[in-house]
Structure formats: C-alpha cells, structure tokens
Design a protein around this ligand. Sequence first.
Ligand SMILES: [Mg+2]
Length: 134
Amino acid sequence: MSDSNLSNALNQDWGDKIILVVEDVDTNKIFFDAALRRTSAKILWAKDGQQAIDLFKDNDVDLVLMDLQLPVMDGYAATREIKKIKPDVPIIAQTAHVMSGEREKCMEAGCDDYLAKPIRLQVLIETLSKFLNS
Ligand SMILES: [Mg+2]
C-alpha cells in the first residue's frame, strides 16, 4: 500500500457511529482510544461482559470490539447474548490468545471477525471499515 493510500485508509470519519469497546486492560484501552479518536466515532467502554450487555441494551451500538478474556462474563458468552438482542450487529473479537481452534470457537459464538493482539492500527481501521463503511 502506498503512503497516500495508507493515509486515506486511516482517515475515516465515523462521527455518526457508536462503537462499544469491551476491554479490561488499561494499556489496551489506551491503544483503542488513540486509534479510534481520530475517526470521531462515539466510543463506549465496558470492562467485562456483563457491562457490555448492559451498555449494548441502552445504546444504539453500530459495532462491538470484543475482548474474549474478561472478568465476570467472558467475551464468548457476552457475544452470544448480544447476538440474541441484535443478530445483525457486527462483533469483532480481539484476543491475545492465539491458540488453535480459537478463531473457530469465536465464530461459533457469533463473532463476525477476529483480531489477534498486538493489533496494528492499519489492520484495526481496515477491519472496522469493512463493517462500518458498507
Ligand atoms: Mg482481557
């Protein structure tokens, strides 16, 4: 990808979108905050699966970035519950565990896509673009 294509790809305006980020680790939150702030999307933060479901019920969320390893209720269970409420909402899993079979387990829970940590800025924005720009 050329430099100008790269900057175009990163230069998204999602000012009319609401993204729910489910993440329990502060350093990862800092990355998502910096990466998504430039898109002007409204960001909602949840630090466990139950909080994610509660926030999802109370807001018209366009996309969920779901950590799988979470306290209280894990990302697989939270994904299943959110998909029961609104099957069409895109849920992108993000996880540090790159174990064989995890991607399949994730898709079986209802996730639409999957990102392995550490997540690169360009990969994050491109993956979100597939769902938010359609
Ligand atoms: Mg976690």
